[in-house]
Design a protein around this ligand. Structure first.
Ligand code: HEC
Ligand code: HEC
Length: 220
């Protein structure tokens, strides 16, 4: 909560000092109407990871991916038409990225007071996203993740800047991306098809996935 308050204060200050550079969250919300058809209203994604979660993702990363889709550096046939210049300008990309990155999805079911009506309950539950536990060796997953992935994707898997969050993302989606990286169809890090992911065994990747689904809730 405090964090969000700080963020809004910061956003307000930035808006005052650089009016032209600040992202327009209302515009972002409006653009999200188009995205919701596939990624759903609060950016949770869907169909078990066919559509990735984009809520709470790093803003800089969202911007970079939308630009990659637009330039076809990253091939995404369903989204290509939405990213063409007329559909999504650089300003729109800033606005939608800021809007989506600000959506907070809970990792616990809400506690109802009993006074909510059905619609309120539905809206509360709609802001919860819990990825089912993936099978694997958690100790091996933790050791590998912390040694080989955390430097970029963050110790808690939330990502930072250009590095995407991996925790809270569909396991199926992540595995599909790893597959694309291994085949060299999507660039991961500068090493290309001889990068760090290629050095891992399939079971190691599975163990990392298991670990990622085990750390969704912050430790009390
Ligand atoms: C027609 C369906 C569709 C629509 C509409 C759509 N997307 Fe997507 N989007 C996808 C699919 C499918 C993927 C995953 C592609 C893959 O597996 O590589 C994706 C991937 C993404 C990613 C990459 C996520 C990641 O973790 O790398 C971002 C960001 C994204 N979409 C943002 C948006 C935004 C913003 C909009 C609205 C302007 C939008 N999408 C509209 C289908 C859609
Ligand atoms: C040197 C920094 C770096 C390290 C270390 C790193 N990554 Fe990444 N990772 C990236 C970047 C940058 C991207 C986004 C690439 C792009 O723009 O397409 C990414 C993207 C990903 C994605 C796709 C996420 C999405 O939403 O589409 C997965 C999955 C992933 N990394 C897994 C891993 C795993 C597992 C490890 C450890 C074995 C790891 N990465 C280590 C930099 C790194």
């Amino acid at each position: 909560m405090l964090h969000r308050l700080r963020f809004s204060l910061l956003a307000a200050c930035l808006a005052l000092s650089f009016p032209a550079a600040a992202a327009d969250l209302d515009k972002g919300k409006e653009i999200n109407g188009t995205c919701a058809a596939c990624h759903s209203d609060n950016g949770q994604g869907g169909k078990k990871g066919e559509y990735p979660r984009i809520a709470g993702q790093q803003a800089k990363y969202i911007e970079s991916q939308l630009k990659s889709f637009r330039s076809r550096t990253r091939v995404n046939i369903p989204m290509f038409p939405y990213t063409q210049e007329r559909e999504l300008s650089d300003d729109d990309i800033k606005d939608i990225a800021a809007y989506l990155s600000g959506i907070v999805l809970d990792t616990k079911m809400p506690t109802y007071t009993g006074n909510e009506d059905a619609l309120t309950k539905l809206l509360m539950a709609d802001k919860v996203m819990i990825i089912p536990r993936a099978e694997g060796d958690l100790a091996n997953g933790e050791a590998l993740y912390q040694k080989q992935c955390a430097a970029c994707h963050g110790k808690t898997g939330k990502g930072r800047g250009m590095f995407p969050m991996l925790v809270g993302q569909y396991t199926n989606y992540l595995l599909r991306q790893v597959d694309l990286y291994l085949k060299g169809d999507r660039p991961h890090d500068e090493d290309g098809t001889v990068g760090r992911l290629n050095a891992l065994k399939a079971q190691d990747i599975q163990d990392i996935m298991a670990y990622l689904t085990s750390i969704q809730e912050p430790k009390e």
